[in-house]
Ligand binder design. Sequence first.
Ligand code: SAH
Ligand code: ZN
Ligand code: ZN
Ligand code: ZN
Ligand code: ZN
Length: 424
Amino acid sequence: PSGPALLFLKTSQGKEEGRRFYACSACRDRKDCNFFQWEDEKVSETRLAAREEYNRSHQPFFTHRQNAERYKNFVLLPLSKRRFCQECQQLLLPAEWEKHSDHQFLCDISTAQLKSPSRILYPLENKKTNAQYLFADRSCQFLLDLIIDLGFRRVLSVGTPRLHEIIQSKASQEEDFRVRSLLLDIDFRYSQFYAEDEFCHYNMFNHYFFGGEAARETCRKFLYQDNGERVIMVTDPPFGGLVEALASSFKKLMAMWKETGGGGHNSQEMPTFWIFPYFFEARILEFFPSFSMMDYQVDYDNHALYKHGKTGRRQSPVRIFTNLTPSMIVLPVEEGYRFCTICQRYVSSGNQHCEICNSCTSKDGRQWKHCVLCKKCVKPSWFHCNSCNCCALQNHTCEKTDAGCFVCGKTGHKRSTCPSLSRA
Ligand code: SAH
Ligand code: ZN
Ligand code: ZN
Ligand code: ZN
Ligand code: ZN
């Protein structure tokens, strides 16, 4: 139901060779989608037919076109007749109330509410891949201001429904607001609120447009820059997502942009903001060497990854990765960011320029310290351990762990000591 499966490799401990299998790209939890097939497995006709039947029965009840039609009727209703079923996550037309009579409603849905669907829909919570973490207003506004200041007029919002909605809502209210957005997201509930040229049902793990060629064309048209209206892609994927799969999709979207641009920007890459935790820096740079990580801490309304910093402010590990020139990304001085003239970029106030590394080395906003033995800056809480021959927490156990590292997948170390993290 989520489009083409991805090919994975199952490795067992100690063995070099693994066995390859296909599994769902969007659901890594087998409870959500149990599709599984060995690469070399023969699939019987009966099983194929059963699968097709399963896929058919897992299609949304209404199509996007039908939802768009329903929306038109919905906005014609007087306030007192505008209801949203919280259980079915669906805008209801009066004739349907009966069927939902024992469900919870939201009543008197205003036009303002319709323009902020992310505040009506409950955030999906699937722990691994479909978790929805919505931008705090401050971060959303910061992103929008930055996009405008950089001169972009079109935003391809990939998994950023809240950014999309402030853009769409401003565009409909302020006459001289020139920015437009197209939302690509796997959450089909949004099709109830947006027309077919504002939202495409899309899977960013396999670059799959559920709406087929027509949806693909919508995206292509949007990326086409006429009268110099510059486009930027902004994406905030679920953090459990596979970087490799995401990067592959983003490259395809970038290629789409390039194809539409004629000779104009042949050597360039589509300007992009990829919002992701800082500990994925090495992984992202592996696929996009042109990207660099900004110090800006992206804040969310409902995020579990927060730690409380010394200042009492929540410290978010989420950053912006971009292929734009770092010095152009102006970070708010009133939030404590400053410009480092040597690095030519804005950094956190705690991020001191290290003379030896010749760079502002902190990743998490705290002041890092240089270790001469490791020949690099490390977290303030780390000490050099002579038996591990690297810096680590004082109370770490020197034995290596068996579990694979979250960042590079190799065994022998954990995410916090992943060698690939410092490579950048
Ligand atoms: N901070 C963003 C939301 C990020 S949460 C904002 O406030 O706008 C991650 C988003 O990615 C969610 O909207 C979720 O629906 C979407 N998503 C999750 N898996 C996806 C997939 N496989 N393909 C496309 N979008 C996906
Ligand atoms: Zn209902
Ligand atoms: Zn510096
Ligand atoms: Zn240093
Ligand atoms: Zn050290």
